[in-house]
Design a protein around this ligand. Structure first.
Ligand SMILES: [Cu+2]
Length: 306
């Protein structure tokens, strides 16, 4: 009985949060509402999320209720564009190139040559503004990011067992970030990560327990879309090359279910100048911190937490 009441209370809290954020423009806005937080739920294959949120700093609780790994990437699209434009003009050309890799043996070196002519001019106006790392089934994570007003697309391009992108299966959703300011200030981080094209610098004490990480990006890669951080818990004998292979979307079995690795936090693609935060609990053992799009696959930190 107690369990049922707890569950009910939890549902009410979640529903309340989603409702409050979805109707944020009617909500009394003042500086005393100092912690703006929303919940985004991932399912196979859809997002449950508010339709609009205030601009500025927002905490996102991301819960994976599905049976596969999922993540959340926020893409800011140019004014006047919408989810339908993004799906038909951006996701579909990417999907065609993915099918060419998967089914026709397209070489990875030729991906951009094949892709770029099929993308509209406004593709250059898209800004990836962060998101979560990869979150395993049944797990959750917390991130905090600063969003300017505009239209955003929530996207997961992890692939299912059949090799279909989750985005194509339904994990695409529009989010409006309004002019109203959240009034929230960023948290204090105890671990600070700086990403440049060929280096990931980690400052702070990586000890067992809960940590708040800041991630600051100082350079954009020459090719690709920005930098991100994945925190991966691995066995002592794990092969880093296998992880780098798996994290590469363009590999036929990369970023695809079943996932052979245990992802444990991180943040998604961001441009130079941006800072974001994520919170994660570290256990004793070996972790790999890596960045997915680095211009080349090589920015890795192999750490022991003791
Ligand atoms: Cu997904």
């Amino acid at each position: 009985m107690v369990q049922i009441i707890k569950l009910l209370a939890f549902s009410v809290i979640i529903t309340g949060l989603v409702f409050q954020s979805a109707h944020g423009q009617n909500h009394s806005s003042s500086a005393d509402h100092s912690d703006h937080s929303i919940t985004v739920i991932a399912e196979d294959y859809a997002y449950q999320a508010p339709g609009q949120i205030p601009s500025g700093w927002t905490t996102i609780q991301f819960e994976n209720h599905g049976n596969e790994d999922h993540f959340l990437l926020l893409a800011k699209i140019p004014d006047g564009k919408n989810l339908d434009d993004y799906t038909t003009q951006i996701v579909m050309p990417f999907n065609e190139v993915w099918y060419a890799l998967r089914d026709d043996g397209l070489e990875q070196e030729l991906v951009f040559e094949k892709l770029m002519p099929n993308l509209p001019e406004w593709f250059a106006g898209i800004e990836f503004m962060g998101g979560t790392g990869i979150v395993p089934a049944g797990e959750s994570t917390e991130i905090m990011l600063r969003l300017d007003p505009g239209t955003y697309i929530l996207e997961c391009y992890f692939k299912n067992e059949e090799g279909e992108m989750h985005s194509v299966e339904g994990m695409l959703r529009e989010l409006t970030v309004t002019e109203r300011q959240s009034g929230t200030t960023p948290p204090e981080a105890d671990i600070n990560i700086t990403l440049s094209n060929f280096e990931m610098d980690i400052q702070g004490d990586l000890t067992p327990g809960k940590h708040t990480f800041s991630v600051h990006v100082v350079e954009n890669p020459e090719e690709g879309f920005g930098h991100n951080v994945h925190v991966v818990r691995v066995d002592e004998g794990a092969d880093v090359d296998e992880l780098l292979h798996f994290i590469n979307f363009f590999e036929v079995d990369g970023l695809r279910t079943p996932s052979p690795f245990t992802f444990a936090g991180g943040m998604h693609l961001m441009p130079a100048g941006a800072t974001t935060y994520f919170t994660t609990e570290l256990k004793s053992g070996r972790y790999i911190f890596l960045s997915e799009y680095t211009g080349f696959l090589g920015v890795v930190q192999d750490v022991r937490i003791e």
